[in-house]
Design a protein around this ligand. Sequence first.
Ligand SMILES: Nc1nc2c(c(=O)[nH]1)N[C@H]1C(S)=C(S)[C@@H](COP(=O)(O)O)O[C@H]1N2
Ligand SMILES: [Mo]
Length: 395
Amino acid sequence: MRSLIPLFLFMLITSCKPEEKETNKESPKEQEKEILVKADGKKPMILLADRPANLETPLRYFLLDITPNDVFFVRWHSSNMPSQVDSNTFRLKVGGHVNRQLSLSVQDLRKKFKQYKVTALAQCAGNSRSFCDPRVPGGQWKNGAMGNAEWTGVKLKDILSMAGVRTGAFDVAFNGMDEPPLDSTPDFVKSLRATHCIDGEVIVAYEMNGKPLPLLNGYPLKLIVPGWYATYWIGMLHEIKVYPDTFHGYWMQKAYLVPKDISNGNEKPDTLAKNVVPIGKMDVRSIFVAPEPKDTLMLGTSTEVQGLAMDGGDGIANVEISLDNCKTWQPAKLDRELGKYSWRRWRYTFTPNKKGNCKLWVKATNTKGETQPPHQWNRSGYMRNEVESITYVVQ
Ligand SMILES: Nc1nc2c(c(=O)[nH]1)N[C@H]1C(S)=C(S)[C@@H](COP(=O)(O)O)O[C@H]1N2
Ligand SMILES: [Mo]
């Protein structure tokens, strides 16, 4: 059964964003109005689009290490997705360059395979795009197009081994139950190299934070690709197809591409990169979570500033804070690691010593020594990871 997710699923809550005295200069979009909506099974979230549902997590939920299902961000490309999925008739089909075609129910996955759990950060490749300068087209996300969850399911490698991947397998493509409304846009299908699919890290999840996935996050099955941008995390996954050669599809060849040969997906508006490649592993980055710019800091009062740092799974080695325009850096404290694919919380205690505007910068470095560039931009606003700043008012 296919139908447009009806508009009435969304209840307009409020159009809010209190006037801000001072906002982050690097974040002009911060000043724009936020529209909160309540979608089925969700708390009020920031609306980016309603057909299809694109909802952003309000920043304050990032005070939690695990993002609750009912505020986990939502991002669909096509408005033509099932408004419900019957788990009794649902089947995951596995085919292509394999010895045995499979048709698996969720029960089959639960009973016939070993169960695994992984805590992993799902981050949209376009997260924080609204801060790009100059602006770029696409969903104008702030920092809330991500979420950290515990995923339960089976290893993709075990499913593929049951199907018996034939020698020479090169790519594996993943398709969800959503379809383009017209023939105007190609079906959203993503692929990974076969070698990646059998490395034991990729999971087909039937639970998110110990519960079945919300429909809007891809019930009943979602592909979890730890350390990789969420564009690969196909929801409502119902087809896995193995290819003996390169998978050719619009969403691999034409979209979700970033400059090659230039670090951190960086290019310049006037000299665009000629070579582009599909997005992959997440870049190292960090964000501020609290206090928010609207909160006032008090002169001489120590304040704990906190935020999150993440990378593609190598692990955060350190997070540093600068109070002098990135000239000198001081270490922030890291909370305990929640798993190598999880985000990592950092905290920094600081006491403002003068009134007025006060600006802080944050920069993370991973165990491979990869760190954040002072500036990052590409034509699609992907993989944004430039050093972030925040401006507070001290009274
Ligand atoms: N079937 C399907 N899976 C999909 C998408 C989609 O449009 N259809 N969007 C992808 C993108 S770009 C992102 S960022 C994540 C978002 O996952 P979420 O909606 O659970 O937050 O789903 C990915 N998986
Ligand atoms: Mo995305």
